[in-house]
Ligand binder design. Sequence first.
Ligand code: ACO
Length: 326
Amino acid sequence: MIHARITGTGSFAPKKVLTNHDLEKMVDTSDEWIFERTGIRERRICEKGQTTSDLAYEAAHRAIKAAGITAQDLDLIIVGTLTPDSAMPSLGCVLQAKLHAKKAAAFDIYAACSGFIYGLSVADAFIRSGVHETILVVGAEALSRYTDWEDRTTCVLWGDGAGAAVVQRHAGKRGILSTHLHSDGSYGDVLHIPGGGAAHPATHDTVDKRMHFIKMKGNETFKIAVRALEDVVQEALDHNKVKAEDIDLLVPHQANLRIIQAMAKRLNMPMEKVILTIHKYGNTSAASIPMALDEAVRDGRVKENKLILLEAFGGGLTWASALIRW
Ligand code: ACO
C-alpha cells in the first residue's frame, strides 16, 4: 500500500514579541479581553525587512534537515499563504530559489488558514498517483503586514510565522490516511482583504479607505467555523471508520481557544491531547498547524503509529481535515 508520509517537520517564528500589554498601548483593548475571548497572550511579529519567504526558508530548512534529505531531492514545493512577499512571483518560487531546490516545481495555495491542509492534500494526491516522490509543504505568513493596527477587532488576533513538512512516498500503512477539503465562496466577505486585487487595484483611495488590511466579521466567522469544523471532523472519522476516542492527538488551526475547546469537547477529548500554541503565537493562518505539529514532533508528543487529526478553518471560506497515522 502506498501512502504519503511526513518524514520531517520544521518551524520558525520571528524573534520580536508583541504582548497583549503592548497592544493596550496601541488600541482600546486589554490583556484580559484578548485572553478571555481568544486565548492569546502574545504573538511574534516580523522585524523590519524580514519577509514571509525568510520565515518559510527557516522552517523549510529545518524540515528538510529533519527528513534527512537535501533541497535538491525535492520534486515539488507547495506553499500555503495569503501573505506572499509580492503578488508575483509566487512565494513557492521565491522559496525554491532560496533553497536552491533546482529540480522542484513550486506554487502557492491560496486557502487562508486551511492552506497547509490543502497543500498536504495536493501532496498526498501527487504522491499516491506516482507523479512525485518528495514534496515540501509549507504554511508561511507575515500577517502583521496586512494588519490594521488601528482596528482593535482584528489587530489583536494575528501573528507571523512559518511551518513546513517534507512528505514522501512510503510503501506501508503509515502516512496520510485521508484529507477532506471544503469551500463556500458565498461567505467570501466575512473574512477578506478587499484591496490590491483586480477588483480594487491599489490607489490612493484604496489606501485611504484601509482596504489593504484583513477585515473579519469575527462573530459570524466564529459561528460558521464551529459548525463546519464539527462536520469535517465527523467526515474524517466516518471515512476512516475510526471513533473519536481513537484519535491520539488533535492539531487544530490556532484561531481561537474557545473554538479549539469546542472541538475537543465535541470529540470528548481531554485538552492534554490537543496541541496548543495560540497563547504564544496568536493566529498565524496557514502557518499555525505546521508550527504546532513541529512543536509536538520535537517535544515527543507525536510518536510512531499515533493517530493524529489536523483541522482548519479560514478565509474563502475554506475548511479542511487530515487524518495521519504517524
Ligand atoms: N478589545 C476590547 N474589546 C473588543 C475588542 C478588543 N480587541 N475587539 C472587539 N471588542 C468589542 C467589540 O467592539 C464588541 O463590543 P460591543 O458589544 O460594545 O459592540 C465586543 O467586544 C464583542 O465583540 P465580538 O466581535 O462579538 O467578540 P467575540 O466574542 O465574537 O470575539 C473574536 C471576537 C475573538 C474575533 C471571535 O469572534 C473569533 O475568534 N472569531 C473567529 C475567528 C476565526 O476563526 N477566523 C478564521 C480563521 S482566520 C483566517 O482565515 C485568516
